[in-house]
Design a binder for this molecule. Structure first.
Ligand code: RIB
Length: 298
């Protein structure tokens, strides 16, 4: 069966809601404080599975009490977790502050995700080799990303969030490279190129750098899709955002599921902006993703 391998992070998200983000040195009162499943790898895996894709995760959790909540919605979405290892120590933890306008700030403590290096990835070589699409993010060690790309015999999609230093020959396998504007600039600088300008300029520069295709996520504006046939802005439906946490991951996971199903870049982006728009109308990352029977905004 055609499938996606996500080699990436699994976190427990500890989220608080505030009216506005605190300034340095300031103490604010907030609400919330609950633990929910997160991690860019896990979020993208759940989003892809909820769009009907067969998804395997290669990753790690700790032997602590955060592991179960971190895995709960991966299990519920039917993601294959045979390649998730439990390692000594803590599960990845993200401390997230969400302001009243829906914008978030996140600090991630990698925990078990730091063990997903080249040696770890080699133990799961078969799953990675057999995957039709390999989906990666920047929350595991660079050596793990490089080893996974070297093993892949399918299409590689990299959402380098956060931007970590990865060998250029690894990075340039990404088809597409997926990033927000800020990340796109950092990726270009990593490749020794100019990393500023409009989204269109960034997308053209990514193609000139050698990526076969690029997708820039532009938040409420949608996504800019670029390949040799040109650039196209795919607009997002307008919705009222309450929490943008994991919206980029909803986009990336839905995008991969659509590509796995045979969609072209533009068609995949059209579906994915709607999935991401749905996600910002609810709280949390995976907890806000549309279930298969839920209608997407137009
Ligand atoms: O992209 C959102 C995710 O970033 C959160 O779920 C958090 O775990 C961090 O990895």
């Amino acid at each position: 069966m055609p499938n996606i391998a996500v080699v990436g992070s699994i976190n427990a998200d500890l989220t608080v809601q505030v009216d506005r983000h605190p300034k340095p040195g300031e103490t604010l009162l907030g609400a919330g404080g609950g633990v929910a499943p997160g991690g860019k790898g896990a979020n993208q895996a759940v989003a892809a599975a909820l769009r009907g894709a067969d998804v395997h995760v290669v990753g790690a959790v700790g032997d602590d009490s955060y592991a179960d909540p971190a895995l709960a919605l991966l299990k519920a979405a039917g993601v294959h977790l045979e390649e998730v290892e439990t390692v000594p120590g803590s599960t990845g933890l993200a401390v997230i502050t969400v302001a009243a306008d829906g914008e978030n700030s996140i600090v991630v403590v990698p925990g078990a995700n730091a063990s997903v290096d080249a040696t770890f990835v080699q133990r799961h070589a078969r799953t990675i080799r057999e995957a039709d699409v390999l989906l990666l993010q920047g929350e595991i060690p660079a050596s793990g990303i490089e080893a996974a790309v070297a093993l892949s015999q399918g299409r590689v999609i990299i959402n380098l969030a956060p931007v970590v230093k990865v060998a250029p020959e690894t990075l340039l396998h990404a088809d597409p490279i997926m990033a927000n504007e800020h990340e796109a600039g950092l990726i270009l600088e990593q490749l020794g190129r100019t990393g500023d300008g409009s989204p269109e300029a960034l997308a053209r520069e990514l193609l000139r750098a050698g990526f076969p295709s690029a997708v820039l996520t532009l938040g409420a504006k949608g996504a800019l899709v670029a390949d040799q046939s040109g650039l196209e802005l795919v607009q997002s439906p307008r919705v009222k955002a309450v929490d943008t946490t994991g919206a980029g991951d909803a986009f990336a996971g839905a995008f991969c599921a659509a590509v796995l199903g045979g969609a072209g870049l533009r068609e995949a982006a059209q579906e994915s902006v709607r999935v991401a728009a749905f996600s910002v109308t609810g709280y949390g990352a995976q907890t806000s993703y549309p279930q298969p029977d839920q209608e997407l905004p137009q």
